[in-house]
Design a protein around this ligand. Sequence first.
Ligand code: TYC
Length: 101
Amino acid sequence: MPQTTTVPGTVTKPKVERPRRYKVILLNDDYTPREFVVLVLRAVFRLNDDQAQVVMVTAHQKGACVVAVFPKDVAETKASEATDLAKAEGYPLLFSTEPED
Ligand code: TYC
């Protein structure tokens, strides 16, 4: 009869970790027109007009506002796309990214 031998060792628990997600953050500045901020939020982040207005006003009043959360590469691509759109128009509007808790 075949015998089973149990070898003492480390038990490895299969780890299924969700990849970390990243927040895209809109930063306030004194120069970019409100309407342009809303336009960028709609075009790049697909927010509707109401959502875009809320995010823009929140950043305007508090200094910054989370726009949305994405996988790292998507968050970084959208943040640069949005920042570049503004730069192309001569506005200093900035979007940054940071990992979710
Ligand atoms: N503070 C800008 C203004 O008064 C508008 C603005 C809002 C700019 C939000 C950036 O993230 C921002 N024209």
